[in-house]
Design a protein around this ligand. Structure first.
Ligand SMILES: N[C@@H](CCC(=O)N[C@@H](CS)C(=O)NCC(=O)O)C(=O)O
Length: 227
C-alpha cells in the first residue's frame, strides 16, 4: 500500500507534524505534498483531497482518505497492526488513546498562546495562569503514562507510540518558549528534540519554509534548541 499526505508549512503546522510522524516514526513510507498555509491556493489545493478543510490529509492508494490527524492514527494502526502505533498492553493502550484524544480536543489555551514555531526560541515569554494550568495537566498526563510504561525508553509508554506523535508539538512549544516544566517532563522534551524523524522534519522546514509574520511573538529570539 502506498500513501500520500498533504501538509502545511513544516515550521509552523503542528497538526501536519503529528500526521506525518504517524508515518515517519513508524517506518511507513509516504509521499509528502506541501500546501502552503495562509495563501488563496491553500483552499484550492484542498479541493483535490475530498472534503478536507485543513491539513494534514492522508490518502491510501485504494482511495481511503483521512482528513484529520486522529483519523490518520487509527487508519494506520488498523492497516499496520505490527507498526506499534498503540501500546500492546491493554491498560497502556487505553491510556495512550485517551492522551491522544485529549490532546486532539483540548489544550486550546496553550496552543493559542504559544503557536508552534520551529524556527526560533522566544526569550522572555511569560506564561499566563491559564497556560500554566494547561502545562500542569500535560505533566499529570505524562507522569500517569510513565507509570504504565512496560518497556524501557524515553517515550510516554517506553517505546514510541501515537501518543508521543500527538505530544511532539507540545514538546516543541515547551522548548521554543522555554516553558517551565519539571525534570521528568524536560527529559521527555529532550527525547523529542533528539528524535531523528522530528529533526528531519525541522531541517526540511528550515530549508524550504517562508517566515510567517503572523507567528511573530514580538519577543527577543535565540536559536531553536535543536542543534
Ligand atoms: N483537527 C484537525 C486540525 C487540523 C488543523 O487545524 N490544521 C491547520 C494547520 S496546523 C489548518 O489546516 N489550518 C488552516 C485553516 O484552518 O484554514 C487535525 O487533527 O488534523
Amino acid at each position: 500500500m502506498t500513501y500520500d499526505i498533504l501538509i502545511g508549512d513544516r515550521s509552523y503546522s503542528s497538526w501536519s507534524l503529528r500526521g506525518w510522524l504517524l508515518f515517519a516514526a513508524f517506518d511507513i513510507p509516504v509521499s509528502v505534498h506541501l500546501n502552503e498555509m495562509y495563501v488563496p491556493a491553500f483552499a484550492e489545493t484542498l479541493k483535490d483531497w475530498g472534503p478536507a478543510r485543513t491539513v494534514p490529509v492522508a490518502r491510501a492508494a485504494d482511495g481511503a482518505l483521512w482528513t484529520d490527524s486522529l483519523a490518520i492514527a487509527e487508519g494506520l494502526a488498523e492497516r499496520h497492526p505490527a507498526a506499534g502505533h498503540w501500546p500492546s498492553e491493554p491498560r497502556a493502550r487505553a491510556l495512550a488513546r485517551s492522551l491522544a484524544a485529549e490532546m486532539h480536543a483540548g489544550f486550546g489555551t496553550l496552543r493559542g498562546a504559544c503557536p508552534m514555531n520551529l524556527r526560533v526560541q522566544w526569550r522572555g515569554f511569560e506564561p499566563s495562569q491559564k497556560v500554566r494550568a494547561d502545562l500542569a495537566r500535560v505533566e499529570t498526563l505524562w507522569v500517569h503514562a510513565r507509570g504504565l510504561a512496560i518497556a524501557d525508553g524515553p517515550w510516554l509508554f517506553g517505546t514510541y507510540s501515537a501518543a508521543d506523535a500527538f505530544f511532539a508539538p507540545v514538546a516543541m512549544r515547551i522548548a521554543g518558549y522555554a516553558l517551565p516544566m519539571g525534570d521528568a517532563a524536560r527529559a521527555y522534551v529532550d527525547a523529542h528534540l533528539s528524535h531523528a524523524p522530528l529533526r528531519a522534519w525541522r531541517a526540511e522546514g528550515e530549508a524550504a519554509d517562508r517566515t510567517l509574520e503572523n507567528y511573530d511573538m514580538g519577543l527577543p529570539t535565540a536559536p531553536f534548541p535543536m542543534a
